[in-house]
Design a protein around this ligand. Sequence first.
Ligand SMILES: [Cu+2]
Length: 188
Amino acid sequence: MTEPEPLLPDDGAGGERAERRWATISVAILVLLVALATFAGLHLAAMPQSRVETVDPRRLHLAGEFIESNLGSAVEPDGSGTVRAIGQQYSFTPSCIIVPTGTRITFRATSADVVHGFLISGTNVNLMLVPGYVSILAARFDEPGERLMPCQEFCSVGHQGMWGRVRIIDKRAFARIAAAQRRPSCVE
Ligand SMILES: [Cu+2]
C-alpha cells in the first residue's frame, strides 16, 4: 500500500496531476461507451436473427422444401396444417391457398427473387418474403370464407397485379380434400 495522495498538496502540482488523471479516465470511459455502442449497433445490423431459417433462392424449384410439388397445404401427423408458398414477380405459388377452420396453420413462405409481402386480408397474417430466408408464422382461422392475399411490398412494375386468394373451408370438407390430394390448393 502506498501513501494516499493529499487532496490539496502544498505546491499545487499534485492537485493538477490528479485532475488530469481523472480527466483522462472520464474521456476513456466515454471512448469505451462509444466503442461498445458502435460494436453493438454494427454487430446487430450485420447478424440475422438468432433463429432464422435460410434457403437458396436460386434453387427453390430444383430441390428441397419449396419444390413446386411440395407447395400448398400439408396435414401434419399432429393434425395441424402447414402451408408452403413462394412469392415471385408477379404471383404467388400456389395462387389460391386452401386451409381448414379451427386448426393451427403454420405458414412457411419465401421469395424466389425480390422482397414481396404476404398478407391475408382481415387477419393478422402479415409477413415479408425475403429471398434467402424462410418466413414463418402460425395462425388459426375460425370463420370460413374467402380472403384476398395481396403482395403488400412494392416489388416492381407488375406489383399491383400480384394477388392471391385464401379459401378457408370447414375442417371436415378440408379433410376430404386432403385425403384425395397430397398438397391441396384451390388453384383451378
Ligand atoms: Cu410482390
